[in-house]
Design a protein around this ligand. Structure first.
Ligand SMILES: Cc1cc2nc3c(=O)[nH]c(=O)nc-3n(C[C@H](O)[C@H](O)[C@H](O)COP(=O)(O)O)c2cc1C
Length: 339
């Protein structure tokens, strides 16, 4: 399965592993790259020496293309400048569309992958010359908007012309990849599915919670602005989706009980020491589709293989129903559901 976005990014299969903010994912990114997908590294809340160490470790594990991610919560100018000097194949970006940064990346010959949460943001990203648009539905883990993947992807595809669109949010198996392609996307970006992978350096407790979770267990952490880093660019927005914790429940139900002067230092210390999931285990509704922890390469093989099988089965069912006359469309629905 090879789509034009694979050519553009220099990858073999149209699967991107999402960046995970401050969470360490060097081994995961390497495994994804080695399996033919695009690995990513987040940059949030990490010092420049730590980031440089991660980049150099990843380069030691793979010589395939990868992306380094930045967001506006906050944008770290030093880390961004260092990223340009590092020259990854692509820079991915989230929470606002920064024309000036896109121009700097392009001047350095680096591709720009812009994640968007609604059609207005997609129009901004296309105007600013983004090379790939990730249309992220509100099902997604981490920061996101409200529009569902099913609505946003075709909306963005209709606007994007020749610019490739990748679907994100709620995708965790081959049916999700197949559906994304049918909606006009050229690939998928998955976060939650890869969190529950063997290579991800997340706590075993978090991975097990993802495996056990239903979709409704991944909720929007409303009222969290006061305890998260401020946005550093106008037009930024997003509300994190996360599994429930005592902090998330209090934020949602009794925000007046949260004292940021008390919570922020605890949260930042936990994030910096890799325990951020004790407070905000960013996770998407696709947790309801994740039933086991698997090696990243196996996840990619299954997602791509199952997508191909589903698409072939649907095409065969459509052909069969056409051959048998106008009364047979139920066959296509049956085949699609079985994947
Ligand atoms: C733990 C976690 C951290 C995330 N951090 C970032 C980030 O720093 N930058 C970013 O662009 N997206 C981030 N995201 C969002 C992903 O890019 C992606 O849109 C999302 O995971 C897709 O939805 P899914 O989780 O249902 O696969 C994060 C997602 C998760 C689950």
């Amino acid at each position: 399965m090879h789509t034009p976005v694979c050519e553009l990014l220099g990858i073999e299969v149209p699967v991107i592993c999402a960046p995970f903010g401050p969470w360490e994912e060097v081994e995961l990114a390497a495994a994804v790259c080695e399996a033919g997908g695009l690995g990513s590294l987040g940059t949030a809340a990490r010092s420049l020496p730590e980031l440089r160490q991660q980049w150099s470790r990843l380069r030691g594990l793979t010589d395939r293309p990868f992306a380094i991610n930045h967001t506006t919560r906050p944008l770290d100018e030093d880390a961004f400048r260092a990223t340009i000097e590092e020259r990854p194949a692509a820079i991915s970006f989230h929470l606002a569309v920064p024309d000036d940064l896109i121009a700097r990346a392009h001047d350095a010959g680096i591709l720009w992958i812009q994640q968007v949460m609604d059609a207005r943001q997609a129009a901004e990203a296309l105007d600013a010359g983004a090379d790939v648009i990730v249309a992220q539905g509100g099902e997604a883990g981490g920061h996101g908007g409200e529009v569902s993947t099913m609505v946003l992807v075709p909306q963005v595809v209709d606007m994007a012309g020749d610019t490739p669109v990748v679907a994100a949010g709620g995708i965790a198996d081959g049916r999700g990849l197949a559906a994304a392609l049918v909606l006009g996307a050229q690939g998928v970006s998955m976060g939650t599915r890869f969190l529950a992978s063997a290579e991800m350096t997340a706590s075993d407790e978090w991975k097990q919670r993802i495996v056990a979770a239903d979709a409704v267990d991944a909720v929007k952490a409303t009222n969290s602005d006061g305890i998260l880093s401020p946005y550093t660019r106008p037009g930024s927005f997003g509300v994190p989706r996360t599994l429930r914790t005592p902090l998330v429940d209090t934020l949602r139900e009794h925000p007046e009980r949260i004292d940021p002067t008390e919570v922020v230092p605890l949260l930042m210390e936990a994030v910096r020491s890799g325990r951020g999931d004790e407070y905000l285990p960013f996770t998407g509704q696709s947790a309801g589709l994740v039933h086991e922890i698997l090696p990243a390469g196996e996840i990619i093989r299954r997602v791509v293989g199952d997508a191909e099988s589903v698409l072939v089965a649907v095409a065969a069912a459509v052909a069969a129903s056409r051959a048998s006359g106008p009364s047979g469309p139920s066959g296509a629905a049956g085949a699609a559901g079985g994947g």
